[in-house]
Ligand binder design. Structure first.
Ligand code: IMP
Ligand code: MG
Length: 181
């Protein structure tokens, strides 16, 4: 299958993504310059590429860890139910935590994660999401850092999937409607 034939329109090219991630990395580097104990937590699997690139654009010592939660089934809308499948491997007590997400949509996932992590005595918790789809928000969650505001369409590539496909597309595009059925 040629993945690109199911893409309606390219939203962000590799170059645009690179510039965007570098800008976010530079901003975080500036904001956290006086902090030690920085921990980046990637929410698997959608943010794996963003995490790899963002972490290398942050010019400060930091720890890297991963969480895995499920909120989506195989479809394109959030179930609203979130469950932790894989947790952070150590205590975040005293750490400045940055949650690294691929896309903030309904907000269900991050609302739940913030709730869980806030109870663990981190020094601070912020959210860095590559994409923000504010139109679809149902929970009061805002990102401290975001790359792009996206329209209300289903997007794939650069880590984001539809039914576990398209994650390895190097750009981000809108999936054709006939490809999500
Ligand atoms: P939320 O809980 O509705 O905010 O959704 C968060 C998760 O849903 C994201 O981390 C993605 O994994 C997934 N998601 C939401 N919108 C899209 C999309 O347009 N394409 C791919 N995945 C999406
Ligand atoms: Mg995700």
């Amino acid at each position: 299958m040629d993945m690109s034939q199911n893409i309606e329109r390219v939203l962000y090219t590799e170059e645009e993504l690179k510039d965007c991630v570098n800008r976010l990395g530079a901003q975080i580097t500036k904001d956290y310059a006086d902090k030690d104990k920085i921990l980046l937590v990637s929410v698997l699997r959608g943010s794996y590429i963003f995490m790899a690139d963002l972490s290398r654009a942050i010019q400060l010592p930091c720890l890297i860890d991963f969480m895995s939660v499920s909120s989506y089934g195989a479809g394109t809308t959030s179930s609203g139910q979130v469950e932790i499948k894989k947790d952070i491997s150590f205590s975040i007590d005293g750490y400045h935590v940055i949650i690294v997400e691929d896309i903030l949509d309904s907000g269900n996932t991050l609302y739940y994660l913030m709730d869980v992590l806030k109870a663990r005595k981190a020094a601070s918790i912020r959210i860095c999401t590559l994409l923000d789809k504010p139109e679809r928000r149902v929970k009061p969650i805002t990102a401290d850092y975001y790359g792009f505001l996206v329209p209300d369409a289903f997007v794939v590539g650069y880590g984001l999937d539809y039914n576990q496909q398209y994650r390895n597309l190097p750009y981000i595009g809108i999936l054709k409607e006939e490809a999500c059925s």
